[in-house]
Design a binder for this molecule. Structure first.
Ligand code: AKG
Length: 242
């Protein structure tokens, strides 16, 4: 599924959209599972304080961290050979370890944006192998607040972030519309290196945008800071620990 030209694109640009990693039927089932899990949780809104500065009207976000502790469907997806095959191809080694997972639902008409940032600022590691796979369970065109990336930005290394109700790059120097929208369809998976600058816009459409993110790393890539403790961190998803 991930050929050498896709690996070369990923290494050059710091991201790769894999079309149809899941079938439409599978995406439907995972979407239903995400909404079922969220319906059982107490309402909470992880919208970054700084994201509120990007919109005139109030936006909202629903989320669930460590979703595999809520539904076995997500445990299965974390070990799905289509995912682990792509992830090991992009890491360039057979061993794959979990950092954390999360469901995000951007509600219709008012789904919150994410200012541009590197995930590295949130959970720095020593070897910079940390990578996110974002599974799309419904279509994510630009009007649904799809993920946006700055291609090649991972090659700049860790950049200074600001704390303004969320760690992100200074908003005036790094406007969201300077980033390339990566529109996706249900079943697609977007892989992003944790040094690649990314964010996402507002969902202004009439439908929710539903995603599940698996953040993974090489097992010998250790946290550089004692931050971001998540349940299940260190679980092997493929191969053996170092
Ligand atoms: O799902 C999105 O729209 C962006 C999420 C994101 O940037 C993150 O989790 O770091």
């Amino acid at each position: 599924m991930v050929d050498s030209s896709s690996v070369a694109f990923y290494q050059e640009n710091g991201y790769l959209l894999i079309k149809g990693l899941l079938t439409g039927q599978e995406a439907d089932a995972y979407r239903a599972e995400c909404h079922k899990v969220l319906a059982r949780l107490a309402p909470g809104d992880p919208t970054w304080g700084s994201a509120r500065r990007l919109t005139a009207t109030r936006t909202e976000l629903r989320h669930c961290h460590d979703a595999q502790f809520h539904s076995a469907a997500f445990s299965r997806l974390m070990l799905d050979p289509r995912f682990t095959g792509a992830a090991t191809a992009l890491l360039g080694r057979p061993d794959l370890q979990l950092h954390h997972t999360k469901i995000f639902v951007k509600p219709p008409e008012k789904g919150s944006p994410f200012p541009l940032h590197q995930d590295a600022a949130h959970f720095p590691h020593t070897k910079h192998t940390v990578t996110a796979a974002i599974f799309h369970f419904d279509d994510a065109p630009e009007e649904k607040g799809c993920v946006r990336v700055i291609p090649g930005s991972h090659r700049r290394g860790p950049l200074p972030h600001v704390e303004e109700g969320g760690w992100h790059l200074p908003i005036t120097e790094w406007p969201l519309d300077a980033a390339t929208p990566v529109e996706a369809e249900a079943g697609d998976a977007l892989f992003i290196n944790y040094l690649t600058v990314h964010g996402s816009g507002v969902n202004t459409s009439a439908e929710p945008r539903t995603t599940f993110l698996i953040q993974f790393r090489a097992p010998d890539d250790h946290p550089a800071d004692d931050v971001h403790h998540s349940r299940g961190q260190g679980m092997m998803l493929h191969g053996t620990a170092s």
